[in-house]
Every structure is written in C-alpha cells, then in structure tokens.
Design a protein around this ligand. Structure first.
Ligand code: GDP
Ligand code: MG
Length: 397
C-alpha cells in the first residue's frame, strides 16, 4: 500500500515576551504575514491576536493566543499574551510552556521593568538559556545607528545579568509595524525573516524526557498478600525495568529497594516509559515504609530532599476561586506538589501581605523534607480551596 507522509520537522514552542506596548502582538502578526507568503502560516490580524480567549490553568484565568507556523526547517507553536499579568501567570503555572522566547524591546524605550520581570521568570522556570533572541523593535522611529547600538549594548548587559549568554544572543533591529504594513522591507519583512532564521538555527530543541533520570511519585500504596508492597502512579520521566535498584524518598526517609514487578492496567510491562500509569512492586518493603507522596528514584541519584525552598507564587483572585483574604507573612498553609502535601510556613520578602492577584518571590518552610526540584510546580490550599499556585525556583539548605 501507499506510505503515509509524515511530518518530520522538529517542533518547538516559542513566545513573544517583553514590556507592554513594545510590539509583541504586532511582531506576532508580522511573523504570520511574512510566512503566509510562503503558505507556511495563516495570516493573523493584530485584533485577532490581541483578543486572546480566556483559558483556565490550575484554576487561574489566563489570556493567551496560540498560533502555529512552520519554516523550511521547523514547526513552531507560538504564544502571545495581551497583558503583563497573563505572562506572569502563564510562566508561574506552566500553562503554555515556552522552549524559547522572542524578547521584544522597543528601541525607543530600551529595557523596562516588565522586560526584566519576564527575563527573570523565563530563567527561573527553566527555559533553556540559549533559546532567546532579541527583536529591537520600532527601529523606524530611530534615525541614527548610534542609538540602536546603545540600546543593544544595554540589552546584552541585562541578559548577562540574568544569566543568559548576553554576548552571543542575536539582536535584530527592525520594525514589526513595517512588516505588517508591507513597508520598508529592509526594516520590516527582511528583519522578520532574519528573526525566523535565528529561531531555526540558534534555538536548540530541548531534551524530551526518555533518557533522563527516572522518577515516579507514588499516588497510592497497597500490599499484596505474600508478594510485597505496590506503589501506583504515573511515570514522570525516564524509564524503569524489572530488577532496577531504586530508592524511595520523601517525608525525611530514603529506603532502598528493588523493582520486582512492573504492571500497567494489570498487564506486565517490560519497560515503563514517561506517561505510563504504573504499579511498581517493591521488594522487601512493608506498607509502613511507603506512603503517598514519596518518590521512586534510581539508587545513586543525587537528589537531596529539603524542607526549605524559594519559589515564585501567584495568589488567586476570588473570581479565580481564590480567597478574598491576603496571604500574610509567616502564615501557615498547606502545600501540594507532585503527589505529596504537607503543612508549610510562607515567608514573604519585604512585605507583610500578598493580595489576591499578586505575584511575588516567597520562601516556603515545609513540615518535612520532601522531593523538590527547581521548576517543580505546587499549589497552596486552605480550607479545601486553592489560594495560590507557584513554582519552586531554588532549594535552600
Ligand atoms: P505589545 O503590548 O507589546 O503587544 O505591543 P503592540 O504590538 O500592541 O504595539 C504597541 C504599539 O506600538 C501599537 O500602537 C503598535 O502599532 C506600535 N508598534 C508596534 N511595532 C511598531 C514598530 O515597529 N514601529 C512603530 N513606530 N510602532 C510600532
Ligand atoms: Mg500585545
């Protein structure tokens, strides 16, 4: 029979970030315009993109516009948010993950506060640091080359300050508006083409999870008479096979064991892969050794459980299902992450309260050492209500 044509272009998720009014939405529209000429995108008008529909992620409403386009080399998912708060919520909740970013900076303004905030968060949530390109926009309003060079220098320094390779990042001066309006091609269309070429050639495709260290959080634990203890859950990443030596960690414990059986939907599996819903039979463990929220890792892993971490937190508004009350400094809450949950103390930096709708850096002191790693998401709950959602950024001793 006939063979089916397969799309083999690598896929990457990108998005525009940057200060309000610097031209993110105009540039998004410009990209689709330039690519629509080659039938590699559907042209999206500015108004359509800016009227992004509301989405819910972890109870939080976020306005995000998703579009897709392709180049000769790759297929892209692209997001653009209408407001600064939407970017912050998107990055903290991980709603639409970005593997790379187009940082839009208006050459007329230079870097502004939201430019900095987006860079900080992009780094903290684990976007690969080499996957960034700067579009120095509104170059049509800058008559002299010198000003452009000064702004470029400033941005490179800022990138370096936030841990990005500021000397190597491509900075492209151009005009998104010219590209949309089909004017001055050397500032418009040609610079958008150069931007796309940078995405194609400089952005790396991040490692998908098959070959990384395996990890499975235990959802439920039960005993089978005469066989041992089973932990069920979803394989987060990596692979496990029978006879693998493992360690079960969490709640201040780490216990060695061996996988003596692997099942999915009551059938034996040879090799558990990311996304599999599993039952793992653990040799020599009793039901008291194991509990929901512990995590199964290979022996020899480098992970250290901690009860103290820094995080970025977003406090839900009442209309998002959150509380009307603010979160106070030194407040006791309940934190949920992966399959574990425990009491925690929230410490704010330089503030007494976080109001609903606020986002800020916080420190969490947990009741017991748990499996936490940077970029892991969590929620804060109180009286059965999600009041905040966040992402761990640093483990503290
Ligand atoms: P966003 O808030 O970052 O999405 O910015 P917008 O795309 O909404 O653009 C803000 C304003 O800047 C709009 O009035 C645009 O028409 C204008 N703008 C965008 N790109 C350019 C450009 O290249 N040159 C000039 N002169 N204006 C631009
Ligand atoms: Mg916009």
């Amino acid at each position: 029979g006939k063979q089916v044509f397969k799309r083999t272009k690598p896929h990457l998720n990108v998005g525009t970030i940057g200060h309000v009014d610097h031209g993110k939405t105009t540039l998004t529209s410009a990209i689709t315009k330039v690519l629509s000429g080659k039938k590699q995108a559907k042209f999206r008008k500015y108004e359509d993109i800016d009227n992004a529909p509301e989405e819910k992620s972890r109870g939080i409403t976020i306005n995000t516009y998703h579009l897709e386009y392709e180049t000769d080399l790759r297929h892209y998912g692209h997001i653009d948010c209408p407001g600064h708060a939407d970017y912050i919520k998107n990055m903290i909740t991980g709603a639409a993950q970005m593997d790379g970013a187009i940082l839009v900076v208006a050459a007329t303004d230079g870097a502004m506060p939201q430019t900095r905030e987006h860079l900080l968060l992009a780094k903290q949530v684990g976007m690969p640091l080499e996957n960034i390109v700067v579009f120095l926009n509104k170059a049509d309003e800058i008559p002299d080359q010198e000003t452009l060079e000064l702004v470029e220098m400033e941005i490179r320094e800022l990138l370096t300050e936030y841990g990005f390779p500021g000397d190597k990042v491509e900075v492209i001066a151009g005009s998104a508006l010219c590209a949309v309006e089909g004017k001055v091609p050397e500032l418009g269309e040609q610079k958008v083409a150069k931007l796309l070429n940078t995405l194609d050639t400089k952005f790396i495709i991040p490692n998908r999870d098959l070959n990384t260290e395996p990890m499975m959080p235990a959802e439920h634990v039960y005993s089978i008479q005469g066989r041992g203890t089973v932990a069920t859950g979803k394989m987060e990443r990596g692979t496990f096979t029978r006879n693998d030596k493992v360690q079960v960690v969490g709640y201040g414990k780490d216990i060695d064991s061996v996988i003596s059986g692997l099942e999915t939907f009551h059938k034996t599996v040879e090799k558990a892969e990311p996304g599999d819903q599993l039952g793992i039979l653990l040799r020599g463990l009793g039901p008291k050794d194991l509990r929901r929220g512990m995590v199964i890792l290979p022996q020899g892993h480098k992970h250290v459980c901690t009860d103290h971490a820094k995080a970025q937190l977003y406090v839900l508004k009442p209309e998002e299902g959150g509380s009307k009350r603010p979160i106070a400094n030194f407040f006791n809450e309940h934190v949920y992450s992966l399959t574990w949950d425990t009491g925690c103390l929230v410490t704010l930096s330089g503030k007494d309260f976080l109001m609903p709708g606020d986002a800020a850096e916080v420190q969490l002191q947990l009741a017991a050492p748990m499996f936490i790693e940077p970029q892991q998401r969590f929620t804060l709950r109180m009286e059965g209500k999600t009041i905040g959602t966040g992402v761990f950024t640093h483990l503290l001793p």
